[in-house]
Design a protein. Structure first.
Length: 117
């Protein structure tokens, strides 16, 4: 499946890695006359959630969230930015979901909500 955001000039493509590589898909789009490059890839079953995290005051808060969340089963990566009060979490949706992720952040003492585009 393909989701195209015209104003952002981006597309999200879900594909079967047994048939295509991300670079092959970008080349096919180039052949159609549109400039394309692979920005990031996510393994099958992996999802990304962007969250707003309140109450962070210093780098120790960021470290607390990143360290503790990384230990949770199903969480692949956690990146938190203090200046924007945002975090990006890559997770295996077959193991953990957004509601549980938010609850875990809140259990660390930081209210969190899902960011919507």
């Amino acid at each position: 499946s393909v989701l195209v955001a015209l104003l952002a000039q981006r597309a999200e493509v879900k594909y079967d890695p047994a048939h295509f590589l991300p670079t092959q898909i970008a080349a096919l789009i180039d052949n159609l006359g549109f400039q394309a490059e692979v920005l990031e890839t996510v393994a099958r079953g992996m999802e990304i959630i962007d969250v707003n995290i309140e109450g962070m005051t210093c780098a120790s808060c960021v470290n607390k969230i990143e360290t503790n969340m990384s230990k949770i089963s199903g969480i692949k990566s956690v990146n938190v930015v203090l200046l924007t009060n945002r975090g990006r979490i890559q997770y295996d949706s077959s193991i953990i979901g957004p509601r549980d992720i938010l609850k875990q952040i809140e259990n660390l003492g930081f209210p969190a909500t899902v960011l919507t585009e």
